[in-house]
Design a protein around this ligand. Structure first.
Ligand code: AMP
Length: 283
């Protein structure tokens, strides 16, 4: 395996100054990972590999839903760092009790841990011959974005946006099937347009009958925790919009409603609307 382990040399100076920090920090984390921990696929010309995209957006906006549909369409893996964290939690390994405390409070885990988890996922994918990806939930801090820029060429960052009113309702309505892992939403969102701003209707995304009795709610989808996650997003992650805008990589996309309205428009915005046959395969 042509495993390439590269450190962002630019990030190194901060390593020594932060080395003594705890592995587990909250939103203020700027702890760069040790050199040996960032694994990245070899840099290739974009025409010789699949897309390397990032999805940005507040909790509840639908990053997972749209990223996973696009991954089906484009044949690339959907790498969600939240899933990597939940997998680590479920494994009951040495990190899990500290991780669960942080995640269940809606805080961010340290850059160091998240980069270790992501690096391992990238290395596993590379050994299986994966090419390209859509990252969902990473980066979430400027430090993470700088580290990523140093090791991987990100082609495009899609910033999904949704009216703030809908975000909390969507998080609280989220349900996961504990058998098939499918993501559903029981919230029915009907926002009336006011003072010239458009209204919005989002129908629930209900599970099939065989998942109905197996639905669970994420431990961090309670009202207080979602509010904390939104606060942290606005404070710590939103600055990434400018980070990527200034590099000419940001595509802003305002979700006009639920999946039926948004999906075709997103494909259009990405110049993928000629993927007609594949579109239904991804649905
Ligand atoms: P998500 O499923 O993306 O909402 O992530 C669930 C939780 O995992 C977050 O609230 C964080 O505690 C943690 N997490 C996921 N991605 C990151 C990241 N890039 N940096 C720090 N913490 C993360």
């Amino acid at each position: 395996m042509a495993a390439i382990t590269r450190l962002v040399k630019r990030a190194s100076p901060s390593i020594s100054s932060t080395a003594a920090r705890s592995l587990f920090c909250s939103e203020s984390s700027s702890h760069a990972p040790p050199q040996e921990h960032f694994h990245a696929p070899p840099r290739k010309d974009p025409k010789d590999r699949n897309v390397q995209w990032v999805f940005l957006g507040c909790p509840g906006v639908g990053k997972g839903t749209y990223a996973s549909r696009l991954c089906n369409l484009l044949g690339v893996p959907h790498i969600a760092t939240g899933d990597l964290v939940r997998h680590e939690l479920a494994s009951k390994g040495p990190l899990s009790s500290q991780l669960s405390e942080i995640v269940n409070q809606g805080k961010l885990v340290s850059d160091d841990i998240i980069i270790r988890l992501l690096s391992k996922r990238l290395a596993d994918g590379e050994s299986k011959g994966e090419s390209g990806f859509i990252l969902d939930g990473f980066p979430r801090t400027i430090n993470q974005a700088e580290i990523l820029e140093g090791v991987i060429d990100i082609d495009l960052v899609v910033n999904l946006k949704l009216q703030e009113e809908a975000l909390l309702a969507k998080c609280l309505g989220r349900r996961i099937c504990n058998q098939c892992g499918g993501n559903f939403n029981v919230a029915s969102i009907d926002i009336k347009g006011e003072n010239g701003s458009p209204g919005m209707f989002m129908a629930p995304l209900l599970p099939p009958a065989n998942c109905m009795s197996k639905l669970i709610t994420r431990a961090d989808d309670t009202e207080d925790v979602v509010k904390e996650r939104l606060r942290i997003y606005n404070e710590t992650t939103q600055p990434l919009e400018e980070f990527y805008r200034s590099r000419g990589k940001l595509l802003e996309f305002n979700l006009p409603g639920g999946i039926p309205e948004s999906w075709p428009k997103l494909l259009q915005a990405l110049n993928l609307d000629d993927y007609d046959e594949k579109r239904s395969a991804a649905a």
